[in-house]
Design a protein around this ligand. Structure first.
Ligand code: CMP
Length: 139
């Protein structure tokens, strides 16, 4: 199985509700390795750039507003099949549809405020890790 990297973002709602430690514990409990991590408040330009693929969606403005309202924790995760494993751990985008034992079931509120982000493909994992951790791209 291939070693992959994926980007996790603990979103402002989860940071506000003091769930950073709980979510990191779930990530580590699932056997995903945290190879880089930092806490920052996204600028509007950073959030718009990160979610560029969603620019034409009706929720884009709301998404950028939410993602910039407070600090986030970005983490580069590594492991066998890390992209799919982290997506399974996060659960469905809408917390109402997320299954028991997932991050969004435990800590998400609704489809907008859903506690965490994870890359949706191996290719995007590389791009998104590079967006916040350019020093890890070539390792
Ligand atoms: P994320 O995995 O960060 O990728 C894009 C985000 O857009 C997604 O999680 C949701 O938080 C958000 N999103 C998707 N659909 C909607 C929606 N209908 N309304 C508001 N936000 C949404």
């Amino acid at each position: 199985m291939a070693v992959e990297r994926t980007l996790s973002i603990i979103k402002p709602d989860a940071v506000e509700q003091n769930n950073i430690g709980n979510i990191l514990a779930m990530i580590q409990g699932a056997g995903l390795e945290i190879i880089g991590m930092r806490m920052l408040q996204l600028s509007r330009a950073q959030a718009e750039g990160f979610y560029e693929v969603h620019r034409d969606r009706p929720f884009f403005g709301e998404l950028v507003e939410f993602m910039t309202r407070g600090p986030v924790v970005v983490a580069a995760l590594e492991g066998d099949n890390a992209v799919a494993r982290y997506r399974t751990l996060m659960g469905a985008t809408d917390p109402a549809e997320a299954t028991e034992g997932t991050i969004r079931k435990a800590y998400g509120t609704d489809i907008g405020e859903n506690a965490c982000h994870g890359s949706d493909s191996v290719e995007n994992g590389k791009i998104e890790v590079g967006y916040f951790f350019p020093e890890y791209v070539l390792r």
